[in-house]
Design a protein around this ligand. Structure first.
Ligand code: FAD
Length: 511
């Protein structure tokens, strides 16, 4: 007999997009649901996100008149992932339309298509993408819940104030899911409550032990199941080192102190298998004055060079492929790298998005960006051979003039030019680096979270090393090993898989 402080049907650990989709699925189906979130705010990394959600072939793409379908998405995933995780690939693409139909039945939840290209040239690709986004959420609609949603990185990570009255992107997703959950009258949503241990009875997971920020220990019983959606190991240098995950906690984009692999460790303790713990949703990071990283995306200009002043990749690559090219180039050569850019946008304007963005003068004062009137002087300031950097810039400027990147084929893929402003250049992704003064920004390896974790089946049941399921235990999002292995197929796969497998987990609990 165990003593319980709290009892429910479904217990969800974490409060990102996957967690809250699972919780809503349970509560909307009449199950008493408890959500426990370790930090003081709901939303995790999902709140920071752009909330592109790769849920293909749904009614949303149909409304937008897109030529998308389950079949097309299946072809695309299969082309990229091969036969690996076929059951989960299939579960993902066939359940996506159902997830959206189910969610949109609630008046708080509505999605729209927003263009963002798929990341690989493969059969079934959509050049302008197929991912969907939640509609913005006006402050008056979200009400007091707004204060409980994790702020955007510009506020939460960079400490700036932001006139964010309307919740957009990831905050809109979290705000909408919280509203929907509240509307069910079946959900008990708790912050500052960290799950610490999984409790079992005869091999079945029946609940968790959790600790509140006030130091109170709670034993929570879940009669139908426990869903782990507590992020990955991105925030733990100890776990990253133990598993050989490139990058650092400080450079990662997960909220500080949040995703430290607690639930992966707890599941391993009761026999769960793990996979892909050395993998992440990688990206380049603009090094910020405080030493942390900012997600660099939508690169529209400049060139990236290594410690020898040489280019080594196509700077317009989708961010995960960019990060992986940095890893392949090696720590010595690539960390840090430098984005060399000029003043053609009217001063020290990074030709890319930096999330969060810190003003140029702060970078220049801190030395994370440096400035010089000539390329050779810039090279000297960052400790690179001036002749090497000058040669690299000269060679690239020749490519820009001819419109062909003979070294790395920048601008040949539709993704490469998607974020470039209209121009009369022969190749919109190749802009000459020619207008002084010149700048060098330190670029490090960041990630949007790790993607290894406990192994799961097509119903998100957590598996032991021998492939058998641990009764009562489910996992989704970055707590589970991703079905996409070392590949990031398209915008919104992290959230799309997290939401789909959380939904399937609860559907399985209901059977
Ligand atoms: P999270 O959303 O991080 O949620 C985990 C939660 O669990 C956290 O709130 C954490 O505090 C809590 N937690 C941890 N341990 C415990 C514990 N022991 N007990 C209780 N709670 C715990 N992905 C997309 O698909 N589309 C995008 O457009 C996109 N844009 C992005 C933009 C940015 C700037 C960033 C940083 C990421 C983006 N991503 C995007 C990636 C995506 O946001 C994450 O991969 C995804 O949200 C991870 O979801 P998760 O549920 O695994 O973790």
């Amino acid at each position: 007999m165990q003593d319980w402080d709290l009892r429910c049907d479904v217990l969800v650990i974490g409060s990102g997009g996957g967690a809250l989709t699972g919780a809503y699925t349970a509560a909307a189906n009449g199950l008493d649901t408890v959500v426990v979130e370790k930090t003081a705010l709901f939303g995790g990394t999902s709140s920071y996100s752009g909330a592109s959600i790769w849920l293909p072939g749904t009614v949303v793409q149909e409304r937008a008149g897109l030529d998308d379908s389950t079949e097309k998405a299946r072809t695309y995933l299969r082309a990229l992932l091969g036969d690996a995780e076929l059951d989960r690939q299939e579960a993902y693409v066939t359940t996506a339309p159902e997830v959206v139909n189910f969610l949109e039945r609630d008046p708080n939840l509505e999605f729209e298509y927003q263009p963002f290209p798929d990341y690989f040239d493969a059969p079934g690709r959509m050049d302008a993408g197929r991912s969907i986004n939640p509609l913005d959420l006006p402050a008056e609609t979200v009400g007091p819940l707004r204060e409980r949603v994790r702020p955007a990185p510009i506020v939460d990570r960079a400490g700036r104030s932001h006139p964010d009255e309307t919740l957009v992107a990831g905050r809109a997703l979290i705000g909408r899911l919280l509203l929907a959950l509240e509307g069910t009258g079946r959900a008990d949503l708790r912050t500052e409550t960290a799950a610490t241990k999984l409790l079992t009875d005869d091999g079945r997971v029946v609940g968790v032990e959790a600790v509140t920020s006030a130091g109170e220990t709670l034993r929570i019983r879940a009669d139908h199941g426990v869903l782990l959606a507590a992020g990955g190991i991105e925030g733990s240098d100890e776990m990253r080192t133990a598993n050989g995950t490139p990058g650092r906690a400080e450079w990662s984009m997960g909220p500080r102190g949040a995703n430290t692999g607690d639930m992966i460790a707890a599941a391993v303790e009761i026999g769960a298998g793990t996979a892909l713990l050395d993998q992440a949703w990688f990206c380049p990071g603009v090094e910020l004055p405080d030493g942390s990283g900012a997600f660099m995306v939508c690169v529209r200009g400049g060139i990236l060079v290594d410690a020898a002043g040489r280019r080594y990749l196509n700077e317009s690559l989708p961010y995960d492929q960019f990060g992986r090219a940095m890893i392949a180039h090696g720590t010595e050569a690539a960390l840090p790298s430098y984005l060399i850019f000029d003043s053609s946008e009217g001063g020290p304007v990074l030709p890319a998005m930096s999330i969060p963005e810190v003003p140029a003068d702060e970078h220049l004062a801190a030395g994370t960006w440096v400035c010089a009137d000539t390329i050779a002087a810039l090279a000297e300031k960052i400790g690179i051979d001036p002749d090497a950097l000058s040669d690299t810039v000269e060679r690239f400027n020749g490519f820009a003039q001819r419109g062909v990147d003979e070294d790395f084929h920048r601008g040949e893929d539709p993704y490469d030019t998607f974020f470039c402003p209209p121009s009369d250049r022969p190749n919109p992704a190749l802009g000459r680096v020619a207008t002084g003064p010149f700048y060098a920004a330190r670029i490090i390896l960041s990630d949007l979270g790790t993607k290894g974790g406990v192994t799961t089946d097509a119903d998100a049941r957590v598996l032991r090393e021998d492939g058998t399921a641990i009764e009562g235990l489910y996992a989704a999002g970055n707590t589970s090993a991703s079905l996409s292995g070392a590949i990031y197929p398209g915008p919104g796969v992290p959230l799309g898989t997290a939401m789909t497998f959380s939904y399937r987990a609860v559907r399985h609990m209901l059977t």
